[in-house]
Every structure is written in structure tokens, then in C-alpha cells.
Ligand binder design. Sequence first.
Ligand code: XIL
Length: 361
Amino acid sequence: MPRPMPLSMPVSRILTALSATVCLAAGLAAAPASAESRPASAESRPGTLGELARKHHKYFGSATDNPEFTDAAYLLRLGSEFGQTTPGNAMKWYATEPARGVFDFTAADQVVAFAKAHRQKVRGHTLLWHNQLPAWLTEGTWSAAELRAILKNHIQKVVRHFKGQVIHWDVVNEAFNEDGTYRESLFYKTLGPGYIADALRWAHEADHHAKLYLNDYNVDGIGPKSDAYYTLIKQLKADGVPVEGFGIQGHLALQYGFPADVQQNMQRFAGLGVEVAVTELDIRMTLPATAEKLATQATWYADYVKACLAVKKCVGITIWDYTDKYSWIPSVFPGEGAALPYDENLRPKPAYYSIKEALGG
Ligand code: XIL
């Protein structure tokens, strides 16, 4: 993955500095320091999605990824419109522990520095997942004792590094199959289902304040997979295991229908005493995008936002990047795309306006 220079100065400040230079060069007085010359953030620009969500005591965020940090126009909107960010890849195991016991936080630190400069909350994603693991881990042969030690060390090194800087950790990502049985990941096969409780306990030891989440897709509505999480979280709570949130990824597709019971599903998790977050929302369609499909997409985004607003313990929504220019969809679902609220030229689509309206803007 290319690793551009860290960009910790807000883009808006760079632009402000540039415009001051232009003013001076033109013989004009530079504008006095004002609200406009402060770094733009979701807090200082009322009417952004981040600011509107904050009025409901929730966040509205966007994932991002390091290769995008060379795109100034992209960063300007990322830093100003959103109150939260999630590194799309930079905190995954392959990136953070590329060789056994060798940790590299360069990419993740870059995202966290950007977030800090723009006063954005950060979700940590993800400590344990069956995908994007380093080859040394997947190609090795491990006894249960060895793998436990590797897991504990990985979780605690990563969580300690970001202590105080992330609000949530997706501790375990995608632990269940569609039918609600445990996914046969390396962790499950070697350690059994107890690896989830262990991972949560180890993460909690390393940072008492970050809220610890289980995160998955196709768990928007009530069904075998979300039922499996409901049962597991109930049991973990009963056992005193530090699980504090349920992450609903929310990768929807127009051809599969809207999960009409998403609010009811969020509410039942809230009833277990955990918070809920919409962690990776995007709504894809079969290409080409038509005005009609974009209108349906806009309604779905608004309905998803309204569901979260209606549930007190739904703490926020993250879209899985904000522009079709950088969406993961076309590379993973051939022939599909147009999943995000901004088009490939960073222009807002109908979905942007419907989200804004749903948030009261
Ligand atoms: C995706 C990233 O966006 C891509 O860049 C990467 O190639 C694959 O992973 N569910 C998750 C995310 O939990 O981590 C995935 O992110 C999307 C699906």
C-alpha cells in the first residue's frame, strides 16, 4: 500500500494560508482571523452531516483509506463534512503486524492524525477478522496455546497504541455464517467459540474506555445471523464479558430489498444493554445508475438514518467512504456500484440531500 506523507494540517488551513498569500501578493490586506479562518470541522460548519447528526447526539462519519490522502479535494470534504472516520484498511492485521511481533502503525497513524486535526471521532476497525490477515499467520501451523498468545499480543499491542484515540473497537468482525453458525475461521477452528470472549477481555485490559464491538454484515434485520449475535451478546453480558456495542455494517443492495425491521432489530440489541452503530453503510445497485435507482437509494439512506435516529442507543452512522470515486464495491461486486452519497466527481447525489433532510437539515 503506498504510504504518502502524514497530512496532519487541516486542508482548510492550508487553503486559508494559500488565500492569505494570494491576498498579500495582490496588495490586499489579509482577512483578520475569524471563524472562517479556523480549521473547518463538522463542528464549525453548521449544516454539515456531522453537525446535523451531533444535534441528535450522534455522529455521522465516513471511512477513508490512505491512498486517498493524495487527493486534496477529497480530503477537504472528508475533513469538513463528517464528524467521525474509520480507517478502511489501515488498522487491519496485515497492515499493523506484517511480520510476527513487528508492528507498523504508519498508515493508521496517518488517518488518526487527520481525524484529530479535524476534530473527528475514530472507530478502530478491526482486531480479529478472517480476511486481510498476514501470510505469516495464515500460512503458519499453530497450537491453541501459540495462537492464543499471538492473538493476545496482537490485540493488546494495537489497542494500547491507539489508547485514548479511538472511541470504539470492532474487536471481532464477521464471526457468524448466514445461518447463525460460527464461521470456521482460523481462530474458531483452533480455539473454539471462546476466542470471542477472550478477545474482548484482552482488548478491555488494554483500554478501559474504548467501547468494544462485534461487527457484521447482513445483520440489519431480524434473522438467523442477527439472532446468533443477540444470543451471544446476551450470554457474554451474563458472563460479565466487556461487550458494549453491536456494529451493523449495512452493506445494502437495491436488488435485495430494504431491511424493513432494522429499527426493531437495533432496539432489541439496545434492550440487551449494548449500544448500536451503523458501521459501514453503502447502498449499491446494478450499473448503470438511473435517476430512478438513485431516487430509491436516496429513500433507503434516509430510512436507515431515521431508524438510527429513532433508537436512543444507536450512537452513529458511518458510510463506507463517501464518494463513488473510492468505493470498494466495483472491485468486489462486478457490475455493481454507485453506492455512496457523492458521485465519482465528488458531487452530491440525491442520497446526500435525503440524508441531510432526514437529519433535519
Ligand atoms: C474492505 C475495504 O474497503 C477494501 O479496500 C478492501 O480491499 C477489502 O475490505 N466489511 C468490512 C470491511 O468489515 O473491512 C471491508 O472493507 C468491507 C466489508
